[in-house]
Every structure is written in C-alpha cells, then in structure tokens.
Design a protein around this ligand. Sequence first.
Ligand SMILES: [Cu+2]
Length: 402
Amino acid sequence: MKSAITKFTLLTALLMFGMTSILSAQTEEYKIDGMTFGMPEAKVYTEDYNGSPVVGEYITQAPNLAPLDYEGNKHHEVRLDIIVQEVEVASGVRYQAWTFGGSVPGPVIHVREGDRITFTMKNRSDEMVEINEPMSQMRVNGKRAMGPSDLSAVNKDGDWTGTSPYMKQMRENNYQKNKAGIMPMPHSMDFHAGTVAKDDKWRTVGPGETITFDWVANYPGTYIYHCGTPSVLMHTAMGQHGVVVVSPKDGYTEDYEVDREYVIVQSEYYLTKGDGDLYQFDFDAAYNNDPSHVVFNGHQTILHDQPLKANAGERVRFHFSNNGPSGTSSFHVIGGIFDRVWLEGHPANEMRGMQTVLIGASGSATLDMIVPEEGKYILIDHEFVDAEKGATGTLKAGPRKK
Ligand SMILES: [Cu+2]
C-alpha cells in the first residue's frame, strides 16, 4: 500500500512537472513578425565531459564559412568550451589567451535566419586542453581525453577532427601555434545574434561549470559573440570573441551568385612584454585606447601568409565584423570598390559602390566585390594607424577563367 501511494505520488509529481514545463514553454515562447521569442530558462550544471571543445557541423576556422547544405531551417546543437591557449598573434608575440574553442577569434558559426541553436559551453579554464595532438597523445589533466559523453563526437580516426570542420581546420592549420594553458576564471557568452534576457542566458559560469541555453537567429547578418563578464574590455581583448553568420532566408540578391565567401574579423590586442617570454594584457593600454596590435583574423600576418584567393571577374563576398573591443574600422580594398554592401549583413540595408565602409565596435557588414583583374589586392583598415599595427591582408587574384 505504502509503495503504491509512493508510486502514485511520484507519478503525479512527474506528470505535474511535465505539464508545468510544457505549459511554461508554451506560454513563454511567442512569435512577432514571424520571429521567435521567449526561450526556456538556461541550465547551469556540472558534467563529466572532457571531449572536443568545439562540436557542430557548421562551425569553421576563419576565414572559412561552412556552406549551409540544408533547405529551410535547422535546429543546431553547438558546443564551444572555454579553454586557455597560448597563441601567437604576431611574429615573436605570444600570450595566454582566453578562448572560445581554442583560437582568437573563436570559431565561425554559420546558421540560417530562423534557425534554432541549442548552445552548450563548459568553462574549462581550469583544464589543460590540447587541441592539436593526435588522440593517442591527447591528455586532459593527465587523463586520456575521451570522456564517455564524447564518444559519439570522436570520429573513427580517434581524434577530434570529426566533431566539427573547425577542429579539422585547426589541426591542419595551427597558425597560432597553440599550446594548452590554465587560468581559472569565471566567463560567459553573449551572442549578439540572439535576442534573450542577458541575466539568464548570458550569465557567468565558473571553472568546471557548464551552461546550456537556446536562442533563435531571428535577424540575418554577421554578429559578434563575446564574453560579457567584467571587465568585458579585458575579457574580449584577452581573446574571447568570434562571429555568427546568419544567412538571410531569401539570400542577399537574386541578381547573381557569389563565387567565394570569406569571413574577416578585425580586433585589437593590448599586450606588453611580461617577465618571461610571454606577453601579457596591458590594462592601461586598453583603457587608453592604445592597442599594441590591430589584426585581421587574430594574427598580424595571417592574411598575407595565407592570402584569400579568387580569380579576375569573380564576385567575392566578405562577411566583415569589427570585434574591437574598442576601435572602429574603415574597411577598404586597395584597387577595389564594393559593388554592394549590406550594413550589419541585413539584406534590407543595401548600399552601392562604396570605397570604404565605417564599421564601429561590434558592428559588421556584408560586402560584395567584383575582382577586376589578376593581381594582389590589399584589404586594409584605412585608419592608417590601425593598418600600421597590422590590420591588413591580401586577396590574391588569378587570371580570369572563361
Ligand atoms: Cu570571459
């Protein structure tokens, strides 16, 4: 009898709990102008996870953008863990970066307008996470790096390259020469592409904690994400930023298709020589708007050593984001004119024939350019002090293909 009552009570409680969660989900989520608002409450918990810090099909290393090979909308499961990595940002300049996923900038996430994202992030700033070793040698805190929760995410070659295009690209192109580090610190995630209550979704999680929350990409465009934990100036400058590209559901124009798409992230570093070989964050320099390096895609020379490629007569699309944290960018291509520009990457914000596009901190633009002829085109922040500090890159154009 007693056990029957217990069972009944349990069942009722479960049903009631289930109904409550269904009811609250129904009452919370709503639509305006076809957009979805009212996401369920974020969950903060601890998990036994020591797998790949980046998991997701449409996640790449800048300047790459994963093609959206699906029709309509998709529900994405995305993981970006916070890990500490020593990285190179200019020749001979290395520092211990706070990163989303392992690089500065963090991985490029590509979704379509209207897609839903279930985002998971573990604060692993207290773990040594090697991201570029073969799995057989990979260790997380001295243990073999393959947690039970990650088995499905490890590909049959026994490493993490199968968990996302990003991990494979990082393995093949470890340009920042990553080394794992530890610096336990509270962090958070603020996706500008999301429309949610920041005190819930963007909340700070401590080392060892994981947060999971949903958001819907209601607006098309290119959006920064960054850590929102104070000092945000410091956390962003330490490397915690990246972009989400939300492709418009009906595209940018029906007049043509582009031949190539590239993601370019501008950002500043404020580094000063430390006691040892490593550089360290210089708060005074950040406070006084005096960056030591202003760069495209995280490194002073990456876009010269690894130029973007195109051919004469092709249409190239740049998804450009100025991740700051504090500077503006006057983006220009020497020898080119932007045929069409969509400010913030929204198709309704169309401009034509722009030589230079002013993009403020955390702002963006989608810029199409016709490559006029074979040769080298320099991408540049036309605020020349920024260019001298590194904000330049190369687009190398081959001959016209007929
Ligand atoms: Cu942070």
